[in-house]
Design a protein around this ligand. Sequence first.
Ligand code: PEP
Length: 251
Amino acid sequence: MIQNLVIGNWKMNGSFAANEQLLDALLPALAGLETVGIALCPPFPYLSQADWRLKDSGIALGAQNLNEHEAGAHTGEVSAAMLKDLGCRYVLVGHSERRSLYGETDADTAAKFSAARAAGVVPVLCVGETLAERERDETTAVVYRQLDAIRSRLGARAFAGSVVAYEPVWAIGTGLSATPEQAQVVHAAIRQYLCECDTITGPDIALLYGGSVKADNAAALLAQPDINGALVGGAALDADAFAAICRAANG
Ligand code: PEP
C-alpha cells in the first residue's frame, strides 16, 4: 500500500514574514495527520527558514528546481548536493513552468532527475500534456515520451524510489482541474508504464495529481485507485485549504 503524499509548491511566492505567518497557521493544522506524508517546497532563499520551522513536525522539505551539474562554473545555480545539505528530501523536476518558461527539455529534465538521485534527493518528476495535445488525443504519447527520457538515460529501474506527478498543463493555476476520471485514466497509463519498466518497484511508486487541487475537489481525486496524493500550487499558500487537502489525503 502506497502512503499518500501531498506536496505544496509555493512557486516564487513568500517573504520571511509571510512564510512565518503561513507556517504559524499551517503547522498546528497539520499536527496529528499521521498517515499522509507532507512536504513543502519554498523558493531557494527560504529553504533554511522552512527547514528550521519544520524540525520535529514530520513534514519534509523539498526544492522546486536544481542544476544538473555537481559544482563549478554555473553562476546562479544550485546543485543537488546543496539541496541535500539544506535538508531537502524532495526536488521537483520537469515542472511545466520550467519546461515552458525556461526551455527545459526532456533531456534536461532527465539530467536533473539523475543528479537528484545521485545526491540522494528524491526527484518528483512532473509530466503532463498541454490543452492542444489533449485535444489532439496525444496525452498518453506525451506523458510516455517524458517518461522515456528518464528511462533512456537511467534504465528501466530509474523510477524506483522516485515520485511521479501527473500535471496536465491546462489545469495548472487555471482553476480548471482534471476530473477524477480524466486524471485516473492517465494515472493508470503511468502505472502501467512503470510496472512494465519494473514489475517489483513499479506498483509502489507514488503517483501524485497536480492541477488546481483545492479543498473541495481533493477527496474525489484522491479516491481514484492510482492517485496517491497531490502536488498543490495555489492552495499551498492558504493554510486552511492546504490543511484540508492534507486531511483528505490522510484517509
Ligand atoms: C503546481 O504548481 O504544480 C500546481 C499544480 O499549481 P496549482 O495547484 O495552482 O494548479
